[in-house]
Design a protein around this ligand. Sequence first.
Ligand SMILES: Cc1cc2nc3c(=O)[nH]c(=O)nc-3n(C[C@H](O)[C@H](O)[C@H](O)COP(=O)(O)OP(=O)(O)OC[C@H]3O[C@@H](n4cnc5c(N)ncnc54)[C@H](O)[C@@H]3O)c2cc1C
Length: 465
Amino acid sequence: MRIVVLGGGPGGHFAAFEAASLGAEVTLIERDNLGGTCLNWGCIPTKTILRSARIALDSRNAAEFGLRLDPAVVDIERLMERKVGIIEGLRTQIESTATRLKVNVVYGEGRMTGPKTLRVTTEGTHVDFEPDAVILATGSVVSKLDGVDHTIERVWTSDEAVSLVEIPDRVVVLGGGVIGLEFACAYASFGSQVDVIELTPSVLPGNDKRVQKSVQIALEGLGVRFHLGTKADTVAQYGETMVTTLEDGTMIETDIVLSAVGRKPNSEGIGVEKAGLEMDRAAVKVDAHFRTSVPGVYAVGDLIGGMMLAHVAEEEGRAAARNAVREFEAAGAGRFPQLESVEYGSIPACVYTFPEVGVVGRTRDGAKEAGLDAVQAVAKYSANGKALGEGESEGFVQLVAEVGSGRILGCQIVGPHAVETIHEVALSMRNGLTVKAICETVHAHPSVSEVIKAAALDVAEKCGL
Ligand SMILES: Cc1cc2nc3c(=O)[nH]c(=O)nc-3n(C[C@H](O)[C@H](O)[C@H](O)COP(=O)(O)OP(=O)(O)OC[C@H]3O[C@@H](n4cnc5c(N)ncnc54)[C@H](O)[C@@H]3O)c2cc1C
């Protein structure tokens, strides 16, 4: 069986590797670098920069820990060298896996030319493919606000922000979502004056209210100023200065305007019309098995919308590859294929601010809206020895469970190592465990995970267990 995968981000390269492991002859088309947005422009560069930002912040707070240190001074060149080194190291590993699995990587711009045909253009030359199945994984692109002139050098998107040629003294971040807040947190920790403008009344739209408030307060503690429930009317350049004017006439002068107002599926120019794919606005429409409206064509990752996260794209890519192979083999044998889906309800979503945020499943309000009899318990880090020792005792674990059964419905964590500890709850949810399972698991002392157990003990009682 021959499969062509379009796009070498987490959705695409994991699809390609899975299909190759299952014996398919795979071609992976990538116009830029393997690893996609995640490795080259997103997850990895931001977390690398955030690590430096954390050290800078810690150096400013060193006296509190009984250390005499001068506040860190940023060496932008070294910081960027480190970032590039990490990206290149990881990219080499993806390339080696492709070689080991005999995935044929073709660098060039790919597009669908018909229901199951593609053309790849590399420096003016074309190669056509007519595989048995196609997996589309072209990711997403930055959304741009009408009225903000992105040709101005001082107007950045996350692409310029991760390239970090300078740490601006003053920056306005348009958008208080995950990407906007991670950059706000990094810049504020480096010492920049940061203003965040968010259209909705709270940061991290769509999240639990306690999470929103807690993150806002923590970032305000770093000096970030929030302008919520408003928008930038105009963004104009006056010499070296950018002036952002809000709806109420407030003017904010900065060196840089960072637009972080979201991303949209990258479906333009990939031949969706030629292929005859059904769309849901910019997203390619798929069923629960990642099948598009065209038989033999699958789509995954940011391109299909939904939870636009790297680990979601990866999981969808693997499932789509297995489904493509199974459908092809079943058709040949005249059988009905057993197809896979992804169980989204237990996938964590994280924000790498200081403190971190890790959420999974439903909030209590969300569970109630879905007709579930839900209760929640909140345990704080302020009484946790490990968190206090680390100087990160702000935040909480909020655990949501079903009355009677004790089934875990969701969890929201704001606090130290939240992006790691959330997996205890994700694992429990994925395996249908109740809060009792967490209560009965001995948690090491001292550990920040003890706060999850404290919340579990409390919510178990509320569930009547
Ligand atoms: C600043 C930032 C921070 C982020 N941080 C996180 C995080 O911490 N955790 C997380 O889970 N997610 C994070 N994300 C989101 C994450 O990067 C995406 O969800 C993930 O990369 C989606 O994977 P994908 O494979 O669908 O698409 P992508 O990673 O976008 O890959 C698509 C690939 O397709 C290629 N391509 C596109 N069109 C064509 C074409 N016509 N021909 C050939 N190749 C093509 C592109 O060059 C790209 O390499 C972040 C995103 C950004 C921007």
